[in-house]
Design a protein around this ligand. Structure first.
Ligand code: GDP
Ligand code: ZN
Length: 460
C-alpha cells in the first residue's frame, strides 16, 4: 500500500482574486478542522455537528491578534466535494486579510493547494470522474449561461453515463469471447464473431453521435473564434460596436488564469463569440494595404466563423471578389450591409456564388441585426434541439480518445470480416474498452491525470 501523501491538509483562496465583498479560504484534508480550530475563536470546531456554520473571529494564536471577523463552515467527509473534511472560512476583509488568513493556516499545518488539487482529490477519492472534473474547469471558465448549463450537465455525469454504457456493451462481448476460449469444444466462433462485430458497429455509431457534438462543445468551452472581414468602410467597426455593446459583452476576468492579450468575448443568443484581433482587423484600412491583407488572412485562417461584409449599395469590387473566394471554405455568413442606401448587390446575386447564409442589414439603422444573430445561432446549433440538455464532448482530449476508440472498433470489424482468430480480435476490442476508460479516468495513466489537473485554477 502506497503512503497517501495526497491526504495532507491543503488550503487555498477559492474565490476570484480581486475586489468583491466576501472571499473564501478553503481547507481540505484530515486535519482541516483541527487547523481551523487553532485560529478560530467562537466555537470549538472539533465538536460542532457536520455541515454547520459558525460566527467568530480569526485570531493568530501566537500574537492573539484578531485578523478578521468571519463565518466558518464545517463539513465532514465523505459528504463533501473532496470526500474529505472541508472547512470554509468566509472573510470579508479584502484581499490583504484573505491572504493573511491563508498564511496563518499555512503556518499552522496546512499546505498550499496546487491548482486543481481540490478537484483532483474529488477524482482520486472516487467522488467524480474525469469528464466531471473537466466540467468543473468549464464551469469556472464558462462564458455564457448556455456554456455554464452545458458544463453543469456534464458535472451531473451526462457524458460519464454514456461512456459507461458503451464500455459495458464491450465488456459483455469480451466476456462472451472469454467463454469461447475456455470451451473450444462448443465452437461458437461464428456466433461470437457476429456479436463482436455487431457491438463494434453499435458502439461506433454511438461514438459518432458524441463526436458530432464536439464542435458545439468546443465552442461552448472556448468561444467561437470569429473574424469580421470586409473592405474599408463597409461597416466592420459598426458591427463590432453593435456586438460589443454592454449587454452582449462578456467579462473575461477568469480567476487564476493569466492572459497576455485581452480577448474580446461577446454573447450572441448564448453562443460565445471570441472576436479575433479586433483592433487589427478593423483598423486595417488605416495601414499599408499589404499589412491589412496579411492580417485579415491570418484572422480568417484561425477563425471558426467569418462574418464577411459586403456593401449592398455598390458593385462588387475586386477586393470583395477576393474576400469571397478567400473565405469560401470557412463557415461564414455574408452580410449585405447598407441596405438603406440601395441594392446594387442583391441576395440572389450572391446566392449564385455560394451556399453560405446571407443576411441583408443596415447596421446604421439597426435593421435585421436580430436576423444576423439568429443566423449565427443557427449555423452552429442546427439539429440540436436544446444544447443545454445535450451531452457534449467539450474538449480535444475527449474527442481524441473517442476517435482512437473508434479506430480500434474498426479493427474489430475488419478482423471479424477477414476471419481473423477471435482472440486477436479481442485485443482490439479490449483496446477500445481501455481507451473509453481513459475518457472517464477509469484507465487513465497517472501522468495524464497530473497534466490535466495542472491546467486548473488555484483554489478549485
Ligand atoms: P469599416 O471601415 O468597415 O470599419 O466601416 P465603419 O463601420 O467604420 O463604417 C464606415 C461608415 O459607414 C461609417 O460612417 C458608418 O456609420 C457607415 N455605415 C455603417 N453601416 C452602415 C449602414 O448600414 N448604412 C449606412 N448608410 N451607413 C453605414
Ligand atoms: Zn473600421
Amino acid at each position: 500500500v502506497q503512503v497517501l501523501t495526497q491526504f495532507d491538509t491543503i488550503a487555498a483562496i477559492s474565490t476570484p482574486i480581486g475586489e468583491g465583498g466576501i472571499s473564501i479560504v478553503r481547507l481540505s484534508g484530515e486535519e482541516a478542522i483541527k487547523i481551523a480550530n487553532k485560529v478560530f475563536k467562537g466555537a470549538d470546531l472539533t465538536k460542532v455537528p457536520t455541515h454547520t456554520i459558525h460566527y467568530g473571529h480569526i485570531i493568530d494564536p501566537k500574537t492573539n491578534k484578531v485578523i478578521d471577523e468571519s463565518m466558518v463552515s464545517v463539513m465532514r467527509g465523505p459528504k463533501t466535494f473532496t470526500r474529505e473534511d472541508i472547512v470554509e472560512i468566509n472573510c470579508h476583509g479584502g484581499i490583504v486579510v484573505t491572504n493573511d488568513i491563508l498564511q496563518l493556516l499555512l503556518a499552522n499545518g496546512a499546505r498550499m493547494a496546487d491548482p486543481g488539487e481540490y478537484t483532483k482529490r474529488a477524482f482520486m477519492n472516487g467522488r467524480i470522474d474525469l469528464t466531471q472534473a473537466e466540467s468543473v474547469m468549464d464551469i469556472v471558465r464558462a462564458k455564457t449561461d448556455k456554456s455554464r448549463e452545458v458544463a453543469m450537465n456534464q458535472l451531473a455525469g451526462g457524458l460519464m453515463e454514456k461512456i459507461k454504457a458503451m464500455r459495458q456493451e464491450l465488456l459483455d462481448t469480451m466476456a462472451q469471447e472469454e467463454v469461447n476460449i475456455d470451451y473450444p469444444e462448443y465452437d461458437m466462433d461464428d456466433m461470437t464473431g457476429k456479436e463482436m462485430k455487431d457491438k463494434a458497429l453499435s458502439v461506433s455509431a454511438k461514438i459518432d453521435q458524441l463526436l458530432k457534438t464536439a464542435q458545439e462543445g468546443k465552442i461552448m468551452r472556448n468561444g467561437l473564434a470569429t473574424a469580421i472581414v470586409g473592405r474599408p468602410n463597409v461597416g466592420k467597426s459598426s458591427l463590432l460596436n453593435y456586438l460589443t455593446q454592454d449587454d452582449k459583452a462578456i467579462v473575461t476576468d477568469v480567476a487564476g488564469t493569466t492572459r497576455d492579450t485581452l480577448e474580446e468575448y461577446v454573447s450572441v443568443k448564448g453562443v460565445p463569440l471570441k472576436l479575433i484581433d479586433t483592433a487589427g482587423i478593423h483598423h486595417t484600412e488605416d495601414k499599408v494595404e499589404k499589412i491589412g491583407v496579411e492580417r485579415s488572412k491570418k484572422a480568417v485562417e484561425s477563425a471558426d466563423l467569418v462574418l464577411l461584409l459586403l456593401d449592398s449599395s455598390r458593385q462588387l469590387s475586386t477586393e470583395d471578389q477576393n474576400l469571397l473566394r478567400f473565405t469560401e471554405n470557412k463557415k461564414r455568413i455574408i452580410i449585405l450591409n447598407k441596405s438603406d442606401l440601395g441594392t446594387k448587390v442583391s441576395q440572389s446575386m450572391i446566392t449564385k456564388l455560394t451556399d453560405s447564409p446571407i443576411v441583408v442589414t443596415s447596421i446604421l439603422q439597426k435593421e435585421n441585426l436580430d436576423q444576423l444573430e439568429k443566423a449565427i445561432e443557427k449555423l452552429f446549433f442546427s439539429g440540436i434541439e436544446n444544447s443545454a440538455n445535450q451531452v457534449m464532448v467539450t474538449n480535444q482530449r475527449q474527442a481524441g480518445l473517442l476517435q482512437k476508440a473508434k479506430r480500434s472498433l474498426a479493427e474489430v470489424i475488419n478482423g471479424v470480416d477477414s476471419a481473423m482468430p477471435l482472440d486477436l480480435v479481442q485485443i482490439d476490442l479490449k483496446d477500445a474498452w481501455d481507451t473509453l476508460g481513459e475518457i472517464t479516468g477509469e484507465s487513465a495513466p497517472d501522468e495524464l491525470i497530473t497534466e490535466l489537473f495542472s491546467q486548473f485554477c488555484l483554489g478549485k
